[in-house]
Write a protein that binds this ligand. Structure first.
Ligand code: CP
Ligand code: NVA
Length: 303
């Protein structure tokens, strides 16, 4: 049976641990120049209805490194955006490809694509979720701290798709997540959290960062949210990651941002470029974790 990755919850905790082991191996082998081509002859179709630097390029490079091919498809060049149904598109694409990556607005569109496709569908970001990001982020935390369970993450900023996937990821992996955001920017509540999940939402960013291992933020204005930009910026001003906030956390706290960053908005350049920042390791790990995901979903010999 084909497997999809639409939300973090599509994998079990055990599968994620195994995925991280594999990601570490792939990272190390890449460093040593060891070639590994399990996806020879396989093609991933990548539908992008929104901009991307990291997701697009790391998938394209990742497929190439695994011996496969990635096809970049922009929504406006597909019949899908001229009225061909998702169901018909899914059936046709399933005859040509071995997997589909999709970045779009409406999460339900991705659910429908997965339902009608006979090949794995990977969510490359929707208005609701960004599972690939959170999996790479948790891998990065494990790499830096040597542990996942019990790690305290303070997410400060907009309660968007990344915050929502963080709620799922933290819940699934036994982490302690505190989201600090204004009332108007809170993430959606119905996230299928584990009943023992340690996920809190607070108003005060200084409360959130107390004893945190990680301070995390994302853009204030996500793709598709441009119409609310002025009001969001106003409400989110006290939630900027700056030196004062970092100084209120543990001495060895690490700062993460999924990127792209808007310097002097959600994060100051001083913090982003400081030694506490691990944002570029985090960005690099998208490649390694996604290669392990591609192997798992597109190569039947991988458990
Ligand atoms: N973090 C992330 O998904 O980046 P892109 O939008 O550049 O893909
Ligand atoms: N929340 C951001 C993430 C970008 C990677 C957005 O959806 O635009």
């Amino acid at each position: 049976m084909k497997r999809d990755l639409l939300t973090v919850n599509d994998f079990s905790r055990e599968e994620i641990h195994a995925l991280f082991e594999r990601s570490a191996t792939l990272k190390e082998e890449r460093r040593k120049g060891i070639q590994h081509l399990p996806l020879k002859g396989k093609t991933l179709g990548m539908i992008f209805n929104k901009h991307s630097t990291r997701t697009r390029i790391s998938f394209e490079a990742g497929m190439f490194e695994l011996g496969g091919h990635a096809l970049f498809l922009t929504g406006d060049q597909l019949q899908l955006n001229r009225g061909e149904t998702i169901k018909d598109s899914a059936r046709v694409l399933s005859r040509y490809l071995h997997g589909i990556l999709i970045r779009t607005y409406d999460h339900d569109e991705v659910i429908a694509l997965a339902e009608h496709a006979t090949i794995p569908v990977i969510n490359g970001l929707t208005d609701r979720n960004h599972p690939l990001q959170i999996l790479a982020d948790i891998f990065t935390i494990k790499e830096k701290l040597g542990r996942i369970e019990g790690v305290k993450v303070a997410y400060v900023g907009d309660g968007n798709n990344v915050a929502y996937s963080w709620m799922m990821g933290a819940s699934l992996m036994g982490m302690h997540l505190v989201i600090a955001c204004p009332e108007s920017c809170r993430p959606a509540a119905d996230s299928n959290l584990d009943k023992n999940a340690k996920v809190e939402i607070v108003d005060d960013p200084f409360d959130a960062v107390k004893k945190a291992d990680i301070i995390y933020t994302d853009v204030w204005i996500s793709m598709g949210d441009e119409k609310d930009a002025a009001i969001k910026k106003k409400h989110l001003l006290p939630y900027q990651i700056n030196q004062k906030l970092v100084d209120a956390a543990k001495k060895d706290v690490m700062v993460m941002h999924c990127l792209p960053a808007h310097r002097e908005m959600e994060i100051t350049a001083e913090v982003l470029d400081s030694k506490r920042s691990i944002v570029f390791d985090q960005a690099e790990n998208r490649l390694h974790v996604q290669k392990a995901i591609l192997e798992k979903l597109l190569s039947p010999s991988r458990p």
